[in-house]
Ligand binder design. Structure first.
Ligand code: ADP
Length: 457
C-alpha cells in the first residue's frame, strides 16, 4: 500500500480523498492557492504546501509546481480528484515519468477516451451500442447533411474534444445545419484547440444512465452498478440517484456488460464512468469519464464499496478485492449538489463568507463538504460547496429523508441552491420517477422555484 499521497485538488473532493487515505493509514499532502489558505482541505492534510501565486485558477493547473511539491515531500502518488488535471493525459504521463503513481488511468486511456470520435469508434467496434451518427469528424458538410437526413432531425453536434456541456448544439432542421456546423467548429477550436465535430441523433426522451467501473492494473474490471443523472441544467448534473427508475435486472446486466466491455476495449485502469443515454428501452454509449465522479458517493451508499479506497488500493498495485458477483445494491440513494448560487438571480454564483453553517445529521445522511462557518468561499472556482447524500430502504424513504435533510441544512451569509432541490423533490413527476434530461425545462422548475421563494417558505 502507498504510504504518502499528494492530492492535487481542492474543496470537498480533496477532503473526501484524504479521508480515505486516513482510514488506510496513508499520509496526505495538500497543495493550495492563495484563495484557499484557510480552506478545510488545507487544514485537514498532514502537510500543506502553498502553490500560489495568483491567478488562483492556475495554481491547481500548475503541473510543475504540483510535481515539485510531490517530489520534495516524498509523496509516492498523486490523486487528481475531478476537474482541474484529472483528465489531463499530459499530467498523468508527467507524474509517472517522475517516478510517481498517478491515481487514475494512464495518459493513453485519457487521450483515447477524451476524444469523442475515437472513443465512439472504439466502442462500436467492440460491440457497445453507440448513438447513430457520423463516424468521423465532419469534413464535408454535404456528407453530414446526408447522415442527418438518414438518421432524422433533430441532431446534435458535439466538439470531439468537448466536455462540461460546452461545444454542443442541437439542430432541428436541414436549413440550420451548415451554419451550426461552422459555429460548433469555431467553439471547438477556441475552447478545446481541436475543431473536430461529430453529428449524432438527438435522442427522444433521453435519460442519462451511467455505470461506475473500477479496474486494477492486471486487467480485472468490474462495474459497480448504475447512477441516473437526468436532472440537469445546461447539461450539468444537479441531482443523482441510484438505482435508476428505468432499471430492470436484465437491463442492468446488459448495460453493465457493455460498460465493462468499454473499459476492457481500452485496457482501462483505475476508476471510471461509462456514460450512456437511455431512450425508450434502448441504450447508447455516450462517453467515458476517466476519473472519480462528483456523484460517486451514491454508489458507495448502496453497494458499500468505498471507491476512493479502491482507487488507492489498485494504484498501489493490489488486485481488485471484489468480483462482479460480490457487487450488490441495497436500498436507494440520492445526491443533491449544494452550490453557492443565487436562485433568485438565475443561479448566478454567490461566493462570500459563510456566517452560520449547520449540516444535517441522523439516520442515512452523508455530507461531503469542503466548507465551514467563517470560511470565505472564493469566487474563482466551481460553486460546489458540498454534496448531500442520503440513503433510504426504498426510493420513497430516500426522498422523504432528503427533504428532511435539506430542511435541517443551515447555510447563511451566502445564497445556495437548496430551494431548487426542495422544489424538485416535491415535484409529482420527479416523485414518480417520470423524468428525462429535459425535466427542468419541461416541468418549469425554475418558475416553480421563483414561486416557492416568493411564497416565503
Ligand atoms: P460533455 O462531455 O460536455 O459532458 P456529453 O456527450 O457527456 O457531453 O453530453 C452531456 C449531456 O448532453 C448528456 O447528459 C445529455 O443530457 C445531453 N446529450 C448528449 N448527447 C445527446 C444525444 N445524442 N441525445 C440527447 N441528449 C444528448
Amino acid at each position: 500500500m502507498l504510504n504518502k499521497v499528494l492530492v492535487a485538488n481542492r474543496g470537498e473532493i480533496a477532503v473526501r480523498i484524504m479521508r480515505a487515505c486516513r482510514e488506510l493509514g496513508i499520509s496526505t499532502v495538500a497543495v493550495y492557492s492563495e484563495a484557499d489558505r484557510e480552506a478545510m482541505f488545507a487544514k485537514y492534510a498532514d502537510e500543506s504546501h502553498f502553490i500560489g501565486p495568483p491567478p488562483p485558477l492556475q495554481s491547481y493547473l500548475n503541473m510543475d509546481a504540483i510535481i515539485e511539491v510531490a517530489l520534495k515531500t516524498k509523496a509516492e502518488a498523486i490523486h487528481p480528484g475531478y476537474g482541474f488535471l484529472a483528465e489531463n493525459d499530459k499530467f498523468s504521463d508527467m507524474v509517472e515519468k517522475n517516478g510517481l503513481v498517478f491515481i487514475g488511468p494512464t495518459g493513453q486511456n485519457i487521450r483515447e477516451m477524451g476524444d469523442k470520435i475515437f472513443s465512439k469508434r472504439t466502442m462500436k467496434s467492440s460491440g457497445v451500442p453507440v448513438v447513430p451518427g457520423t463516424e468521423e469528424g465532419i469534413q464535408d458538410v454535404e456528407k453530414a447533411k446526408d447522415v442527418a437526413h438518414e438518421i432524422g432531425y433533430p441532431v446534435i453536434l458535439k466538439a470531439s474534444g468537448g466536455g462540461g456541456g460546452i461545444g454542443m448544439k442541437i439542430v432541428d432542421n436541414e436549413n440550420d445545419l451548415i451554419e451550426a456546423i461552422e459555429s460548433t467548429k469555431r467553439v471547438a477550436k477556441s475552447a478545446f484547440g481541436d475543431e473536430s465535430v461529430l453529428l449524432e441523433k438527438y435522442l427522444d426522451e433521453p435519460r442519462h444512465v451511467e455505470y461506475q467501473i473500477i479496474a486494477d492494473n492486471k486487467g480485472n474490471v468490474i462495474h459497480v452498478r448504475e447512477r441516473e443523472c437526468s436532472v440537469q441544467r445546461r447539461h450539468q448534473k444537479l441531482i443523482e440517484e441510484t438505482p435508476s427508475c428505468v432499471m430492470t435486472e436484465e437491463l442492468r446486466e446488459k448495460m453493465g456488460e457493455a460498460a465493462t466491455q468499454a473499459a476492457k476495449a481500452v485496457s482501462y485502469r483505475n476508476a471510471g464512468t461509462v456514460e450512456f443515454m437511455y431512450s425508450k428501452g434502448n441504450f447508447y454509449f455516450l462517453e467515458m469519464n476517466t476519473r472519480l465522479q462528483v456523484e460517486h458517493p451514491i454508489t458507495e451508499m448502496i453497494t458499500g464499496v468505498d471507491l476512493a479506497k479502491e482507487q488507492l488500493r489498485v494504484a498501489s498495485g493490489l488486485d481488485l478485492q471484489y468480483a462482479q458477483e460480490d457487487i450488490t445494491g441495497q436500498g436507494w440513494a440520492f445526491e443533491c449538489r449544494i452550490c453557492a448560487e443565487d436562485p433568485e438571480n438565475n443561479f448566478f454564483p454567490s461566493p462570500g463568507k459563510i456566517v452560520e453553517y449547520k449540516e444535517p445529521a441522523g439516520p442515512g445522511i452523508r455530507v461531503d463538504s469542503g466548507v465551514y462557518a467563517g470560511f470565505d468561499v472564493p469566487p474563482f472556482y466551481d460553486s460546489l460547496l458540498s454534496k448531500l447524500i442520503v440513503w433510504g430502504r426504498d426510493r420513497n424513504e430516500a426522498i422523504k429523508r432528503m427533504k428532511r435533510a435539506l430542511w435541517e441544512y443551515e447555510i447563511t451569509g451566502i445564497k445556495t441552491n437548496i430551494p431548487f432541490h426542495e422544489v424538485v423533490l416535491d415535484n409529482e413527476f420527479f416523485v414518480k420517477g417520470d423524468y428525462t434530461t429535459h425535466f427542468i425545462k419541461e416541468r418549469n422548475i425554475l418558475d416553480e422555484v421563483k414561486r416557492y421563494l416568493e411564497s416565503g417558505k
